[in-house]
Design a protein around this ligand. Structure first.
Ligand code: OAD
Ligand code: ZN
Length: 251
């Protein structure tokens, strides 16, 4: 089958499906100017994740860890959702209850674009969580934000409300994600290197459950061999022919 026919086949699968699950990673926000983690120019270049994104790093040097998160918060706050985020909002509107978007991103851009059936598996840069009472609260705008924030309920120091390496993703969020992927007719995996668990397993779960699996990523990933269709391109370019509006006059 030619490439265009394979895209058309995937598009029809998506159109027909009642249950669609989508997993996104840092690559979907690249076009919004937010750096990815792995690869050239990525956040992990020259830094080991353990130095910044673990409970041990935070215990050792909370100010350094907070500075890094405050910088990323400012980037995310100033960024705008791109066409790929918007196309996923449209897909959610088309599918209704049968849709779930699971993201590993903490930039908040899916929510800002308007996605509602959304699981932010790794938390959010826009919130902090009290170290004593676990209360979650939004950060003030970056212009006035001075880390570390204090809990508005009990005054204790608060940490970024994100999941660090060595921590568990919230159980209920993962259950909801796993259920959606296990029962999906179509699963889309966009802009993730698919190496960090448990998110990486969602694509495999979908495949085991009989889903048609589509990947959009300029690079190969461990999921590529499992995908029915793997589009080697950016998220905006890949999602447009799959879920964008059809050109007038085409069926
Ligand atoms: P990565 O940085 O590991 O992977 C980003 C992926 O996006 C790569 O596979 C790129 O090929 C791809 N990519 C780059 N530009 C793209 C574009 N324009 N469109 C589509 N894809 C593009 O990011 P994640 O897979 O999200 O966790 O990383 C997963 C987790 O590891 C993160 O949530 C974070 C990180 O360490 C924690 O901090 C706990
Ligand atoms: Zn508190």
């Amino acid at each position: 089958m030619r490439a265009a026919e394979r895209v058309e086949e995937a598009r029809r699968c998506i159109e027909r499906a009642h249950r669609v699950a989508v997993l996104t990673g840092a690559g979907i926000s690249a076009a919004s100017g937010i750096p990815t983690f792995r690869g050239p120019g990525g956040l992990w270049e020259g830094v080991r994740p353990e130095e910044l994104a673990t409970p041990e790093a935070y215990a050792r040097d909370p100010q350094r860890v907070w500075s890094w998160y405050a910088w990323r918060y400012r980037l995310a706050y100033q960024a705008r959702p791109n066409r790929a985020h918007e196309l996923l909002v449209q897909l959610e509107r088309d599918k209704g209850d049968g849709f779930l978007l699971v993201t590993q991103n903490v930039d908040g851009l899916h929510a800002r674009a308007g996605s509602q059936r959304l699981v932010e598996l790794h938390g959010s840069l826009h919130r902090a969580r009290c170290e004593a009472c676990q209360h979650r609260f939004p950060l003030p705008p970056p212009e006035t934000f001075m880390p570390p924030p204090r809990c508005p309920r009990c005054g204790s120091r608060a940490r970024p409300d994100v999941v660090w390496f060595g921590e568990l993703v919230p159980g209920r969020a993962y259950q909801r994600a796993a259920e959606a992927f296990r029962t999906a007719e179509v699963a889309l995996v966009v802009g993730t290197s698919a190496v960090v668990e448990p998110a990486a397993s969602l694509g495999r779960l979908a495949r085991l459950g009989g889903a048609y699996l589509v990947e959009v990523n300029p690079e190969q990933t461990p999921l590529t061999p499992l995908a029915h269709l793997s589009l080697r391109c950016g998220a905006e370019e890949g999602l447009e022919p799959l879920i964008g509006p059809r050109a007038p006059g085409t069926a």
